[in-house]
Design a protein around this ligand. Structure first.
Ligand SMILES: [Zn+2]
Ligand SMILES: [Zn+2]
Ligand SMILES: [Zn+2]
Ligand SMILES: [Zn+2]
Length: 392
């Protein structure tokens, strides 16, 4: 389920029409004719692909036989992938997955549908948001991180539970649905930090990140101000480059010096200088329309690391020139994907061109989004930014 990072993916998305169960038949392009009904059968060995009929299952076996045992192992690890501490997790993972509720109805129940930062969580709003109106949380103060945090001790932030505890958020707060973007970026930073002493020395005062293929997060950029709390005392600059950047936003820059606000009138976030301004650094974002290798020469600063969320490296040949550029740059790069299989295939597709082994093998992202994506094709555990790996 690659995102529209590179050309070709629009067509891919159109092919993902869903049937009653929210799943499509994996055998429909295997040359055995059109589907005969909803995809109610599963592979009996791994349980990952769905089929409309035994005919289509048999036709697909030619392709599936190479991946079946691997997917069986991934399915056995599903429990850990589906494990979230949130009180709403069953709603946004299982119930959304089986189609019992939708993201829209979940947000409506929270009184967040089409509001503030939540507008981009579903497709009901057209993506026309510009920088002019800063988005806020639309939540009471106790439910969202709208003011500064106490100093973070690096070792204690390993997962959503420790993040929520550090930010004094109750586990019913849905902010993780949005904050998985900056938290995953922070996690990538920490992985490289632990791995490379050169990186540690270079990013003490400033950190430049090249962020490839932004999409939904373009409509919730204010959420990246959480990096003020996560990576304090530095200037974090993010160049976001991708075809998802609209022509009207190409070249636009954003300076994030405060957190999205809460609903409470008397909260500290409403005073012009909330507490602890001095501990903060600065977060800036600049948007670039196009593919990385096409815009690279125009980018003003070389990056300390490269981050490509939900990249779909193996799915899109158009990644190849970008990958060659990344490999020759020797800059640490972290890629995420929707499921373990996609991350595995991606790492296997880049490994032959790498001069050294991966810096980070395929691993579960503790800050994956606790929301089942709608266009899920297989029954493999699948979330935005679910698995990641690193090279260079
Ligand atoms: Zn079929
Ligand atoms: Zn199978
Ligand atoms: Zn909606
Ligand atoms: Zn507030």
């Amino acid at each position: 389920m690659p995102r529209e990072t590179h050309e070709g993916s629009v067509q891919c998305r159109q092919e993902m029409e869903v049937h009653g169960t929210g799943r499509s038949c994996c055998g429909k392009y295997a040359g055995a004719g059109p589907c005969v009904g909803p995809a109610v059968l599963r592979c009996g060995s791994c349980g990952a692909p769905n089929y409309c009929s035994l005919d289509h299952q048999m036709a697909h076996w030619r392709d599936h036989r190479q991946e079946c045992s691997r997917m069986a192992e991934q399915m056995m690890r599903a429990g850990a992938v589906h494990d979230f501490p949130f009180s709403f997790a069953e709603d946004t993972t299982q119930l959304v997955d089986v189609g019992a509720i939708t993201v829209c109805s979940f947000l409506e129940n929270c009184d967040l549908h089409l509001k503030g930062l939540w507008k981009a969580q579903c497709d009901c709003a057209s993506s026309v948001e510009e920088f002019a109106t800063p988005s806020d949380w639309q939540l009471p103060s106790r439910m969202c991180p709208c003011t500064d945090a106490c100093q973070l001790s690096e070792s204690h932030m390993m997962d959503w539970a420790s993040y929520y505890s550090w930010r004094s958020l109750p586990l019913e707060s849905p902010v993780a649905l949005i904050l998985h973007w900056p938290l995953t970026l922070y996690h990538a930073f920490c992985l490289i930090w632990k791995h490379s002493s050169t990186f540690r020395a270079n990013v003490e005062r400033a950190c430049v990140i090249h962020y490839l293929g932004p999409e939904k997060e373009l409509d919730m950029l204010e959420a990246f101000s959480e990096l003020l709390a996560l990576l304090p005392h530095r200037h974090v600059h993010i160049d976001m480059i991708g075809p998802g950047v609209s022509a009207s936003r190409d070249g636009k820059a954003l300076d994030l010096n405060e957190y999205p606000k809460c609903l409470d009138e008397d909260c500290l976030c409403k005073t012009s200088r909330g507490s602890g301004v001095k501990v903060r650094g600065r977060v800036t974002i600049k948007l670039w329309r196009g593919l990385y290798h096409e815009r690279y020469s125009e980018l003003e600063t070389s990056p300390h690391f490269i981050f490509a969320p939900n990249a779909g490296l193996a799915a899109f040949p158009s990644w190849q020139p970008t990958l060659r550029l990344i490999l020759s740059s020797k800059v640490p790069a972290i890629f995420t994907d929707y499921c373990e299989e996609a991350a595995d295939l991606a790492l296997r597709s880049v490994s032959p061109a790498c001069s050294s082994p991966p810096t980070h093998n395929v691993q579960l992202n503790p800050f994956r989004q606790p929301l089942c994506p709608r266009d899920k094709q297989l029954n493999l555990p699948t979330y935005s930014n679910c698995f990641l790996f690193g090279i260079n």
